[in-house]
Design a protein around this ligand. Structure first.
Ligand SMILES: [Mn+2]
Length: 430
């Protein structure tokens, strides 16, 4: 039995006060879904099994390149971060794993494993960092890492990624995510083809170090920190990388890493169709890589992404097994509250997508009935699935209202008293 940080009695008391209403709402929704030929319990069962990983860096206040305004009780190290992740997992029952970042989370791997298993948490993909210089690092990544013109710098970046795999092996992780900041700020600064060739050669060495049951995720990003060109710029480049490297290489889609108005759900469909969708970094954005809370700006887009995922799940698309991770930066909210609600938003999009009448939709597509086809999606999206999500939490010992329990538990004030304020690390959206 795992330990809990928030008192189980407090969760039970909150749930008891809300249970009767939830049961009425659940029954009423169940009747309406039944008329559409949908068994509500089957949807709830799927939601209960759906998890999204918490990024260790997400539980601290993020920041922008202008400033960071830390909140009270910021985690001081990875062990504090794991405790914050345990609170999120306990109250939502939607976040069974943590995604670590090396070197920020570097610690003795067996200690890390112990700290997480105390709360029943597992580890998702490992994240390497060659987009900033670690303390005492020999060669700088100012002008790139895996694509750097200097072979020694590339070697250092390769070794770092191989070390991430080694740490992950002890932790029970099964994937490595590689995102690089390599690129250029000026036309002519780098030769596009040569930089990409150097990157591919370096990635081949990292790929060769993967255990058989691991996957390698590469993450594309249009711009930032490089503002003219980026080596792994878009999903097309990312697909080429995954194809070049081999069967264990897949593309990771961060929702914020595209140009405004790009049809991300179609990219997702393409990657599924050709067996190269590795997973997601969920977040939301209005203008660029804003790293806002999932579903906070464009929940319909999140739903449309899940519409593709559910379509693949139900049709048994070959090799379909995407990793779900959040990747957000919380600047004005309590990161724990934002992450709890973001995990719920991802589950919500999944539940709504499960309600799409796919047989009917296919018929409307065949008949070129654009209006009713799109209304078929809309009717699923318009369904308030909150009773399903809350019921899934109730049945798995989570909280019907996670934020209400979290606030009453006074967790933030408690850790603020225990954790002295850490010096602000300057800007740092990642
Ligand atoms: Mn990301």
């Amino acid at each position: 039995m795992s330990e809990t940080i928030i008192s189980a009695d407090l969760v039970a008391k909150h749930n008891a006060a809300r249970k009767a209403e939830l049961e009425r709402d659940y029954q009423s929704l169940g009747e309406r879904l039944d008329r559409r030929g949908i068994a509500i319990d089957a949807i709830r069962d799927k939601v209960e099994k759906f998890g999204v990983a918490i990024p260790s860096w997400g539980v601290g206040t993020g920041g922008t390149r202008f400033a960071r305004f830390p909140g009270p009780g910021e985690p001081r190290d990875i062990f504090d971060k794991i405790e914050d992740c345990a609170v999120i997992a306990q109250l939502t029952q939607a976040t069974p794993t943590v995604s670590l970042h090396i070197p920020w989370d570097k610690a003795e791997p067996n200690r890390l494993k112990q700290a997480a298993s105390r709360f029943g948490l597992g580890f998702d993909a490992m994240n390497s960092n060659t987009f900033s210089d670690a303390k005492d690092q020999k060669l700088s990544y100012k002008f790139g890492s895996l694509s750097h013109a200097d072979a020694g710098t590339r070697r250092q970046a390769i070794e770092h990624n191989l070390e991430c795999i080694e740490i992950g092996k002890t932790l029970g992780s099964k994937a490595l995510t590689v995102w690089i900041g390599d690129g250029s700020n000026f036309p002519g600064q780098v030769n596009f083809a040569r930089a990409f060739e150097r990157y591919l050669d370096a990635m081949r060495e990292i790929y060769a170090g993967l255990p058989d049951d691991w996957r390698l995720f590469t993450e594309h990003k249009m711009y930032e920190p490089a503002f003219y060109s980026t080596v792994v710029q878009d999903w097309g480049t990312n697909y080429i990388i995954a194809k070049e490297l081999g069967d264990k290489a897949f593309c990771l889609v961060d929702l914020g890493h595209h140009a405004p108005n790009v049809n991300i759900e179609m990219i997702v469909s393409r990657l599924i169709q050709f067996g190269k969708l590795g997973g997601f970094h969920f977040n939301d954005s209005k203008y660029g890589d804003d790293d806002l809370d999932a579903g906070s700006i464009d929940p319909y887009r999140l739903f449309l992404v899940f519409n593709e995922l559910v379509d693949a799940e139900l049709s048994g698309a070959k090799g379909f097994n995407p990793a779900h991770m959040l990747d957000q930066s919380h600047n004005v909210t309590d990161p724990i509250e934002s992450l709890m609600l973001s995990a719920v938003e991802v589950q919500r999009a999944y539940a709504q997508a499960l309600l799409v009448d796919r047989t009917a939709l296919e018929g409307f597509q065949e008949e070129n009935d654009a209006l009713i086809a799109t209304q078929t999606l809309k009717s699923a999206y318009r369904t308030d699935v909150e009773p399903i999500l809350a019921m899934a939490r109730l049945r798995t010992s989570g909280a019907i209202d996670p934020v209400a329990v979290y606030r009453e538990a006074g967790y933030r004030a408690k850790v603020a008293a225990e954790r002295p304020a850490v010096a602000s690390g300057g800007g740092g959206i990642v």
